[in-house]
Design a binder for this molecule. Structure first.
Ligand SMILES: Nc1ncnc2c1ncn2[C@@H]1O[C@H](COP(=O)(O)OP(=O)(O)OP(=O)(O)O)[C@@H](O)[C@H]1O
Length: 590
């Protein structure tokens, strides 16, 4: 269910920090104590100068000041280390927790969500944005605390020594406090937000460009002519320029104020010294401390853009964490009847064009139904609806008597195997690639591999079933990968099978082997097969002919040849294609 995002920005970040808040508090407290201790050596140097300028010089006192200064310095850096450790531990725990939550959430979202959100954008959110949050927590929070605590503590002390000089030292800071909010306009925040979106766009452009490399090369394109890539890189460059243009005046003003922070102290300090208003030691103290406390403000200068970065990252993260999950109103268990029934099912990806339109048909338990139709007629979408990649917007799909939306997704997944056209192989052993985490014995894995006609080629691999796919130069042909996929499905042995006709990569021998594997797999299961080549499905119990998402014919091959014009045309085209041989130059075929 969609839950309302309760907070945004830093307060949301603190909410994310959850139980790590204590560790972060500890880090902040340690940073403050570090600052306190770090200021002490400078104050002691002031005392030392004072002692040296007031004869007779008390060497023992000076040595004791020096010892204390060294001790304070060591303790200060030990505490800084401890503060950094605490913030890093908290940050990495948060990082781990966020990635865990994201992975769990993605598991609960409809599978179609992953298709809709391109992998480049998801990668940026899960890797880069989460990483940036870690960075912010680990580094910026202690820096921020130091940036606030050091000026406050130092100023407090300086005011106690000479309020007039102390006031002059904070003149640049007061002016900055007035100017900065004016310069950090809303437009600048908009530029920052656009910058992040264009970065995401570039990431997905790059991912797609790398994936499409073979096609790009074959068609003789270059990176420049691949519009999605070059366009996104160009847009990103434009955004960076806009960002720099909007940042440089702000940054310039900030730097010039901070860099010249000593001027008011120098002017007033020397005037007071020569007028006899302050001692030399006080002048030294202000020249060292009065300027020194300004430096940590540099860390604060980046804080604005850091926070904006984090806000954007947290927002994108929450778009996933608070996305609509699949509704599971009931908690019903699957019965023993695996008949699949589509009842007036409609579905649209964009809310406008129906990919599946009032589709009704029944696949009796233990029978095979093929979905056929022109490209884009909705075959894959209809099949995916059975596995709840998406939920139908109208109508219902039943398995037995149960509306599939009342089943928990994991309960449904136990009963359905999906064999895709593209098989995904993990970079792990062939054995694990077949077992896929199922609780199966080695014997069962090998039996499944034998049934899927994989055993022989696996045995020929350097380490047999324990060969790592992708490692040791081991790769499999498209047909072999498909047979591995079939072995997974055979091993899973679920009562419902959805096959996206998987013979696309096949040479005749492979096709024969895959067909054999299919026969092993199908057994007496309830099967929906998405067919592209009609010759493979003529003996199916039932064929559903689809056009623009709707069923325009349902029956056996023979029935449809007589009753369904679209099917007859498809069949004729198919048989013509089978007879087709290239005997003359392609140009003459036009
Ligand atoms: N993830 C998606 N997002 C938006 N539209 C989609 C998506 N997948 C498919 N479509 C659209 O839905 C319609 C049906 O597509 P579908 O893939 O189900 O057809 P198909 O009959 O399986 O096609 P093919 O035989 O070419 O695989 C098409 O118009 C397609 O462009």
């Amino acid at each position: 269910m969609k839950t309302k995002t309760p907070k945004s920005g830093i307060s949301r970040l603190l909410q994310i920090a959850g139980k790590e808040k204590r560790l972060l508090m500890l880090s902040a407290v340690l940073a403050v104590v570090h600052v306190l201790l770090a200021v002490i050596p400078y104050i002691l140097i002031y005392y030392i100068i004072q002692a040296m300028l007031a004869p007779p010089v008390n060497t023992a006192l000076i040595i004791s000041y020096l010892q204390k200064a060294v001790f304070a310095l060591i303790a200060a850096y030990a505490l800084l280390y401890a503060s950094g450790m605490a913030s890093h531990v908290a940050a990495f725990n948060i990082l781990y927790e966020l990635r865990r939550q994201m992975a769990e959430k993605l598991g609960r979202l409809p599978l179609g969500f992953i298709n809709k959100n391109n992998s480049g954008a998801l990668k940026k959110i899960m890797a880069d944005d989460v990483e940036r949050i870690e960075n912010f927590i680990a580094h910026s929070i202690p820096d921020f605390v130091k940036g606030i605590a050091l000026p406050l503590i130092t100023l407090g002390y300086l005011f106690s020594v000479n309020w007039l000089l102390a006031l002059s030292s904070c003149l640049p800071v007061i002016l900055l406090a007035i100017i900065m909010p004016i310069m950090f306009s809303k437009e600048r925040n908009k530029v920052l937000s656009d910058y992040h979106y264009s970065l995401e766009g570039m990431n997905s452009g790059i991912v797609e460009f790398v994936r499409a490399m073979p096609v790009i090369k074959i068609f003789g394109h270059t990176a420049d002519s691949f519009d999605k890539y070059s366009g996104s890189v160009y847009r990103f460059k434009e955004m960076v320029m806009a960002y720099i243009r909007s940042s440089s005046p702000v940054y310039g003003v900030f730097i010039s104020f901070i860099s010249n922070a000593s001027l008011p102290i120098l002017a007033l300090g020397f005037y007071l010294y020569f007028a006899g208003g302050v001692s030399l030691s006080v002048l030294f103290l202000f020249l060292i401390l009065g300027v020194g406390y300004i430096r940590p403000l540099f860390a604060l200068s980046n804080l604005g853009s850091q926070i904006s970065l984090i806000n954007h990252g947290v927002k994108r993260l929450d778009e996933i964490l608070f996305s609509q999950e699949q509704e599971t109103p009931g908690n019903e268990k699957m019965g023993t009847d695996f008949t699949i029934k589509f009842e007036q099912v409609s579905f649209s990806y964009d809310g406008k064009i129906k990919a599946v339109d009032r589709l009704s048909f029944t696949v009796p338990q233990g029978s095979i139904t093929a979905l056929v139709g022109p490209s884009g007629s909705g075959k894959s979408t209809a099949a995916q609806l059975v596995a709840r990649f998406w939920d139908a917007q109208d109508g219902c799909i039943f398995i037995g008597e149960t509306d599939i939306r009342k089943l928990k997704p994991e309960e449904l997944m136990k009963q359905v195997s999906f064999v895709f056209q593209d098989s995904f192989m993990f970079q792990q052993t062939i054995y694990e690639n077949i077992r896929m985490g199922m609780e199966k014995t080695e014997k069962e894995v090998i039996l499944a591999a034998r049934a899927a006609q994989c055993h022989d080629f696996i045995e020929k691999m350097p380490k047999g079933y324990h060969t790592i796919w992708g490692g040791d130069g081991v790769h499999l042909s498209g047909g072999e990968q498909q047979r591995i996929q079939l072995a997974r499905a055979i091993l899973k042995d679920s009562p419902i099978l959805i096959l996206d006709e998987a013979t696309a990569f096949s040479d005749p021998e492979n096709e024969y082997l895959i067909q054999q594997a299919f026969n092993e797999l199908i057994g007496n299961k309830t099967v929906i097969v998405i067919a592209h080549r009609l010759s493979t499905i003529t003996s199916c119990d039932q064929i559903v002919v689809m056009k623009q998402g709707a069923a325009v014919g349902i029956g056996t091959h023979e029935d449809l040849l007589m009753d369904c014009l679209l099917y007859l045309n498809m069949w004729n085209a198919h048989t013509r294609a089978k007879e087709f041989t290239i005997t003359e130059p392609v140009s003459s075929l036009k």
